[in-house]
Design a protein around this ligand. Structure first.
Ligand code: FAD
Length: 459
């Protein structure tokens, strides 16, 4: 058997070998990118445009990560039931222009002028009157404005401010002027799990000044209402540099000379040898264990917990075409609904098809969520919201987005977790990007990647 050191030398040789001399099934690139969601696809396109050779390895059979677009087979109408909106930022416009994706700025109105506020578990009406959030949002923005750097990444003051560590419910008790904006912040921050228990830092990151700006002056949307277009065009542009339905099965070498990875693909095992590695998948320990982690790396990744976030399209509900419900709880602070449970049921552009979102503080099995969603629709029918029920509700589409929000404990935040995480950039010729390094927001992640990650990969 060859030793690891010998393999490293072989890898080094490959970097200088003309392609014809390489092993069959060996892919040699400047940068290997793992994960073809928002951050990985953006990185692949940008690095290629800057003259680097890349390979993008994605476990699913399409690129796009949390982007889910359903096309109605009868009318051709498309519905985005995953990622919907982007920020009015130059980097987003440049990226979309590069991919030939047409965009517009749209001020989002309320989805319904008279939504039903229902208990997200029982489907019963809750006496709830949505407060005007404006004064609360201004008070919230005042607090956020003290920490502009966190809009760019996890660039935390040292020491970490106590307010960042307070559970968000306690932060609201400390700054009662924000109270009326709580449900608005919650509804944009779907997927955060137990929202009032999360350290305020994560709420600040999730609902930052860019979101407040977007609410007032508009978000960027694709004019086709088909966000998959971004990834369809990227897939075509990247061509054979994309390996779909593929994953790393083992890491032969990762260090000063680059990386050597064994990749399982639909056509068999391939070896990828690259000068640099960019990891753009959720960096949870169980998703990282094929990368031959050292203790320093494992000690960072093992700290992540996660929430669960699920999205679906349901038809045959019997609900009126414009039925819209938002979940609230009759007896929790600020009426924030208890999870696991349904977030909301909203109509889509396809007649009779409703978008139903579901959240949990932790991962739960897909089968459980599917049952819960269908049983919730039946509760709505039993509670008299349906007009004409015939047959059972059924899924047009369902997607688990678990693991979603990656978070660590308050103690870990206070003790420098994000410094330790960021200090891994470049360690063993490996870099990281994606939501765990910033927040669940494609536009902001692209900005982070462009500003702080790509310059290192372009050296
Ligand atoms: C329902 C929903 C709605 C959202 N709406 C918006 C929105 O409107 N606007 C917005 O800006 N953001 C939105 N987000 C958040 C946004 O999608 C994320 O912030 C963004 O996708 C994160 O990018 P990422 O590259 O970190 O991860 P992802 O986009 O999740 O990409 C990770 C990729 O890695 C792949 N992968 C995972 N493990 C492996 C592995 N072992 N090997 C190979 N590949 C792997 C995954 O399949 C995925 O394609 C939404 C998210 C969800 C779930």
């Amino acid at each position: 058997m060859f030793s690891r050191a010998h393999k490293a030398l072989v890898a080094l040789f490959f970097f200088h070998a003309p392609f014809g001399q390489c092993r069959v099934n060996t892919i040699i690139r400047d940068v290997a990118i793992i994960g073809g969601g928002a951050s990985g696809t953006f990185s692949a396109v940008r690095l290629r445009d800057e003259g680097k050779s890349v390979v993008l390895i994605e476990k699913e059979n399409i690129l796009g990560g949390h982007v889910n677009t359903y096309q109605d087979p009868v009318t051709g109408t498309t519905v985005d039931y995953g990622v919907e909106i982007f920020h009015d930022m130059q980097i987003v416009k440049d990226y979309f222009n590069r991919l030939n994706v047409s965009w517009a700025i749209e001020v989002l109105g309320p989805r319904s002028s008279a939504p039903d506020y229902l208990d997200g578990n029982t489907g019963q009406t809750v006496k709830y009157k949505a407060p005007n959030p404006v004064a609360g949002l201004i008070a919230y923005a005042e607090q956020l404005s003290k920490y502009l750097n966190i809009g760019l990444g996890f660039f935390l003051p040292d020491p970490v401010p106590d307010d960042f560590l307070l559970p968000f419910g306690q932060f609201l008790a400390k700054y009662p002027d924000i109270g009326n904006a709580t449900y608005t912040i919650f509804s944009y921050g779907q997927g955060l799990g137990n929202f009032l228990d999360q350290p305020t830092l994560y709420v600040f990151k999730n609902f930052g000044l860019d979101i407040i700006q977007g609410i007032s002056s508009g978000f960027l949307v694709t004019t086709s209402s088909d966000n998959y277009e971004i990834y369809d065009h990227a897939t075509k542009l990247l061509g054979s540099d994309v390996l779909l339905s593929s994953r790393v099965v083992s890491t032969q070498y990762r260090g000063d000379h680059g990386v050597e990875l064994d990749i399982e693909t639909p056509t068999g095992t391939q070896v990828v040898i690259a000068k640099k590695l960019l990891i753009a998948i959720p960096q949870k320990l169980n998703n990282m264990n094929r990368f031959a982690l050292d203790t320093r790396e494992a000690n960072v990744f093992r700290e992540f917990g996660n929430s669960g976030y699920y999205t679906s399209l349901v038809r045959n509900t019997g609900l009126p075409a414009n039925f819209t419900s938002y979940s609230v709880s009759p007896d929790t602070p600020y009426n924030i609904p208890r999870l696991p449970g349904v977030y909301d049921v909203v109509p889509t552009a396809i007649h009779g098809v409703f978008d139903v979102k579901y959240g949990s503080p932790h991962s739960v099995p897909d089968g459980f969520v599917r049952k819960q969603i269908l049983s919730y629709i039946k509760k709505l029918q039993a509670n008299g919201f349906a007009e004409n029920v015939s047959g059972d509700p059924e899924f047009v589409a369902f997607k688990s987005h678990t693991p979603f929000e990656l978070t660590v404990s308050r103690d870990k935040i206070a003790n420098g977790f994000y410094k330790d995480f960021y200090s891994l950039q470049g360690h063993r010729n490996t870099w990281y990007t994606g939501a765990a390094l910033h927040t669940q927001d494609s536009s902001l992640i692209w900005n982070f990647t462009e500003s702080y990650v790509l310059p290192e990969l372009l050296k």
